[in-house]
Ligand binder design. Sequence first.
Ligand SMILES: [Zn+2]
Length: 134
Amino acid sequence: MTAMIRHAGGCHCGRVRFEIMAPAIIEVEDCNCSICAKSGYLHLIVPQSRFRLLSGSDCLTSYQFNSGTARHLFCSVCGVKSFYVPRSHPDGYSVNARCLDEGTVADMRVAPFDGRNWEQQFPQGRGRANQEQR
Ligand SMILES: [Zn+2]
């Protein structure tokens, strides 16, 4: 089993801060869906138990569209979406790997994800449970 280390991250203005437990070498997904393509979001999926919001819950604003399952959370002050609740893993979090602090990520492997065809990617209506191990 891969060792988990602590990574911290947050939004641009610093109001929203979180920490996660994840491997030093992270595997992230570069999604081509309508919203991720515009923001350049790189997904690091973590289960709820490995995510902790440290500050900024009062600054988070939610944006929902399409199926309404995903809760796109962004900082109402600086506008940066540093993490959110994804449709694929509604009981976990997707952290934006671009919003992690420097110094703890040893390497990052980026895989393309075809979010434009979300239903074909997740015919069961959500991501596989074993993705939560990442
Ligand atoms: Zn902010």
